[in-house]
Design a protein around this ligand. Structure first.
Ligand code: NAG
Ligand code: NAG
Ligand code: NAG
Ligand code: NAG
Ligand code: NAG
Length: 316
């Protein structure tokens, strides 16, 4: 019996050792995980080591609660595929806006073949939502998004939770051939500009099984979103799924090949929407499919607005 146990245990250890090869534990880099001490430097240092190390590599957040002051700068290019493992970990941003110098809290940039698993990223935005700095601006302002993925091609982001972001929750920019699955977003109905997932300039992205409760758009698409599939996503509260706003700036590239399938919207202001600014620059949206969409208590189920002008901010 004991022998069998020992053998089992040995195999288990061998497996664990193999799975964790190349992973740098943020606690080994000095993270306290008491929820108060700034663990940002430990996270950045763990990343630097992993990114420079032999591929494949990555960082791990052991279960616990971490406070992370900006900038959290997980930037590549790295030596090979990278992992971020944070299952069971909660990472908190400081609530004060003054602590942020850029429009991002956690920036994950230029990482090819990233696999990010788990983690609850809490922006603690409750105080900053009262700040009117962002107004109705649709482009980024200096209020930080929770997580900004930029140029992270061929990646998989799964079981990640974002709560109470100060601004957009998750921005995905130029991450071609990337999948986001089992994403959870949670912020109250009255939190301004807290788009759930904002997509921009990317080709070939799938979003499945997300549950998005927020104060602004559930999923929003900006220019040159191509070949994007959104399936089994539940939205609400929030402003629904939105293509645009488009046409505010010159030379925007087309949005096309968008499939929104088998999604449920509950208690949202809008259902599915395409919006472009009034008196705007030319552009195009085509090959857009909304199929099998269930809506409950949705104020405006289908909206195509070519005269979008929030807060009368445009000169018509
Ligand atoms: C993030 O890291 C990259 C590469 O190490 C560096 O070029 C950039 O200046 C850093 N950004 C911030 C805000 O620290
Ligand atoms: C997803 O994350 C939650 C919370 O961190 C965890 O309890 C759960 O086991 C994770 N599920 C998977 C499939 O990784
Ligand atoms: C998409 O990403 C996956 C995962 O990294 C990779 O195996 C595959 O080759 C990529 N496909 C393309 C067309 O780049
Ligand atoms: C997205 O889903 C489509 C259809 O199932 C599939 O052909 C494509 O390879 C997927 N893309 C990624 C990045 O996994
Ligand atoms: C839609 O998704 C649900 C689970 O979210 C699944 O049970 C159902 O079969 C799907 N419907 C279609 C038509 O794919």
């Amino acid at each position: 019996m004991d022998n069998i146990r020992a053998i089992c245990c040995f195999f288990l250890m061998a497996l664990v050792a193999r799975n964790h090869a190349g992973l740098v534990d943020i606690k080994a880099k000095g993270a306290k995980g008491d929820g108060k001490t700034d663990d940002g430097p430990a996270i950045n240092n763990a990343w630097k080591e992993a990114c420079a190390g032999a591929a494949p590599s990555g960082i791990v957040f052991p279960p616990g609660t971490y406070m992370a002051f900006p900038p959290i700068n997980l930037t590549g290019p790295c030596k090979g595929p990278m992992e971020i493992k944070a299952t069971g970990a909660t990472i908190k941003a400081p609530p004060e806006l003054e602590k942020f110098k850029t429009g991002t809290w956690i920036s994950i940039m230029y990482v090819d073949r990233l696999t990010m698993t788990g983690g609850t990223f809490d922006g603690q935005g409750q105080e900053s939502w009262k700040n009117k700095k962002c107004g109705d601006k649709q482009t980024s302002c200096d209020i930080p998004a929770n997580i900004n993925f930029g140029f992270c091609k061929h990646s998989l982001i799964k079981n990640v939770t974002s709560v109470n972001s100060k601004y957009f929750h998750i921005i995905v920019l130029r991450c071609d051939n990337t999948t986001l699955e089992h994403i959870t977003i949670n912020a109250p109905k009255n939190s301004p500009n807290t788009d759930g997932i904002h997509l921009s300039r990317l080709i070939g992205v799938n979003i499945t099984n997300a549950n998005i409760k927020t104060g602004d758009d559930c999923i929003s698409f900006s220019e040159r979103s191509e070949n994007v599939r959104v399936e089994k996503v539940t939205c609400g509260p929030g402003h629904g799924i939105s293509i645009g706003s488009l046409g505010k700036n010159p030379n925007e590239r087309p949005v096309h090949g968008i499939w929104i399938k088998n999604c449920t919207l509950i208690g949202t202001d809008n259902g599915v929407r395409i919006k472009s600014w009034a008196a705007a620059h030319p552009g195009s949206v085509n090959d857009v499919h909304f199929e099998e969409i269930i809506m409950e208590k949705v104020a405006n189920p289908i909206v195509i607005d070519q005269n979008y002008c929030p807060a009368k901010s445009c000169k018509v």
